[in-house]
Design a protein around this ligand. Structure first.
Ligand SMILES: Cc1cc2nc3c(=O)[nH]c(=O)nc-3n(C[C@H](O)[C@H](O)[C@H](O)COP(=O)(O)OP(=O)(O)OC[C@H]3O[C@@H](n4cnc5c(N)ncnc54)[C@H](O)[C@@H]3O)c2cc1C
Length: 481
């Protein structure tokens, strides 16, 4: 089977569905198709099925700019987010453009034809499509395998070891002793969610994370929605939350001691008197040097207060028959151990790119405005923020691409490519973030430059100016007919 479209989107998660909707709205004459490796819409929000799976940022900013989030809960349950993405796809018939079960493995650009030839595996078949533009919305991690460090003694352990990315639908943990290894967003979600039914849940962490409590329901957003209706209230609440998240991030960078003190006071109010906050909840780094974890309505702290959950800050020496032996000499008994130890990063969904027969090595490319690759024509990728909701950036990338497409059509141009002419440009990792999973995998990603337009901004306001309103034809961007 072959087909030719103007824009080929890869991935039908939050970003791919959003990109398609922007195309439909801004470029109704552009033809597009979406290739999706899995059999379902939703990406992350369909894949992760562990108890309590939820957003760890507010849905006014994780939701699309063009489609109000109408649920009462702003820190939302995973299935509600999945429903939102699915509904968005169904509403305007985007779902009819998706070819499920198509894993893109190769994309070859031909300058002679000004086209991408994209090869996807579909069962045992190989399917080829061609397109003028290739727009990847493949997320940032491997779907087939979560990250698990090599722990000693796992073969001795008589209980069950589970990774949150591969949650067994029939796992019964009621009345069981559970240890959750990890201290990131997944661990802090799992611990209170399992605590009600389990005998006890211990969160075992090597080092602590900053954890802030936030109301699951945003009273201002809900009041505005009831008073003004979705259409008017949503952009106001969205801007409020953008301002709050940017404010918290900036305050963390500039006044880390103040932010630390506020977090600590809020934790003290929710935890038992005398709780060892220094050991279990005070990282060595400053707030937002790594992602700050949110817990809705302080649920994790409540579980600790009620004795249903606890935090152990220690290192694993080895698994034993009955649980875990720790380096301090302590032992943790467990029937179930959950390895909330993270993701394996994957650049561009594992697609091999080539330009006129020459393979593209991602680490040798530079990211232009955090959304295109140097010397790779008519190619766009989507990577969201690490310090704010992903969709804020994904929406801007889509808007920028639509503006670029329309302008090129107006001027009879068919090819764009970003080129760096400055051999002295300093480069740095694309994701400048200390989190373990980023450090493990960032070397396979494109590089960022030390100045615009090669810098990857983590500032929404900067990107808003640059991507929504900024020039499309700076010195680095070349167009041809
Ligand atoms: C558990 C969890 C919770 C999160 N919570 C938040 C949060 O609260 N706020 C936030 O901002 N971010 C959060 N994130 C980050 C999150 O991944 C993004 O917010 C968002 O869901 C990314 O959407 P996406 O469509 O870009 O990528 P994904 O959701 O990863 O979807 C990518 C899609 O592309 C498909 N695909 C990949 N490679 C190929 C290929 N080669 N061929 C065909 N199809 C392919 C995949 O099958 C998938 O459907 C969370 C991540 C995880 C893992």
């Amino acid at each position: 089977m072959t087909a030719d479209v103007d824009v080929l989107i890869v991935g039908a998660g939050l970003s791919g569905v959003g990109a398609a909707r922007h195309l439909q709205d801004s470029l109704p004459d552009a033809s597009f198709a979406i290739l999706e490796a899995r059999e379902a819409i939703g990406g992350t929000w369909d894949l992760f099925r562990y108890p309590g799976v939820r957003s760890d940022s507010d849905m006014q900013t994780l939701g699309y700019r063009f489609r109000p989030w109408t649920d009462e809960k702003s820190i939302a349950d995973g299935h509600k987010i999945l429903e939102y993405v699915r509904d968005t796809a169904a509403e305007t018939g985007i779902d009819r453009h998706i070819r499920f079960g198509h894993r893109v493995v190769r994309a070859e650009w031909s300058s002679a034809e000004s086209r991408w030839t994209v090869t996807a595996e579909h069962g045992t078949q190989s399917v080829t499509l061609t397109s003028r533009f290739l727009y990847t919305c493949t997320g940032y991690y491997r779907y087939d395998e979560g990250y698990t460090p090599d722990f000693a003694g796992t073969e001795r352990f008589r209980g069950q070891i589970v990774h949150p990315q591969h949650w067994p639908a029939d796992l019964d943990y009621s009345g069981k002793k559970v240890v959750v290894i990890g201290s990131g967003a997944t661990a802090v979600t799992l611990v209170p969610s399992m605590a009600d039914d389990a005998a006890h849940v211990t969160m075992l962490q090597r080092s602590p994370t900053y954890i802030a409590s936030l109301p699951a329901k945003d009273p201002i957003a809900n009041t505005l929605r009831r008073a003004l209706g979705n259409r008017i209230a949503y952009p106001i609440s969205r801007w409020k939350n953008i301002a709050v998240s940017v404010g918290v991030y900036q305050a963390s960078q500039r006044l880390p001691r103040l932010v630390k003190a506020i977090l600590r006071r809020s934790q003290q109010r929710r935890l038992p008197t005398g709780y060892d906050i220094d050991t279990h909840l005070t990282p060595r780094y400053n707030p937002w040097d790594q992602r700050l974890c949110l817990v809705p309505n302080g649920d994790l702290f409540r579980a600790i207060r009620h004795g249903k959950a606890s935090i152990a800050t220690d290192r694993i020496a080895t698994f034993t028959e009955a649980g875990l032996a720790l380096e301090s000499g302590a032992e943790l008994e467990a029937d179930i151990v959950v390895t909330a130890t993270g993701l394996n990063l994957l650049v561009c969904g594992g697609i091999e790119l080539s330009v006129d027969g020459a393979p593209v090595s991602f680490p040798n490319t530079l990211a232009y405005k955090g959304m295109m690759l140097s010397d790779v024509p008519n190619f766009v990728f989507t990577i969201g923020y690490t310090n704010a909701s992903w969709t804020l950036k994904a929406d801007l990338v889509a808007e920028y691409f639509c503006r670029l497409y329309a302008r090129m059509a107006e001027r009879g141009q068919s090819v764009f490519v970003a080129v760096n002419d400055d051999p002295a440009l300093e480069t740095r990792p694309l994701l400048d973030f200390e989190a373990g999973y980023v450090q493990r995998g960032v070397a396979q990603f494109p590089r960022a430059g030390s100045r615009a337009p090669w810098q990857l901004g983590m500032s929404y306001f900067h990107d808003l100016v640059s991507l929504r309103h900024g020039r499309l034809d700076d010195a680095a961007m070349r167009f041809s007919a």
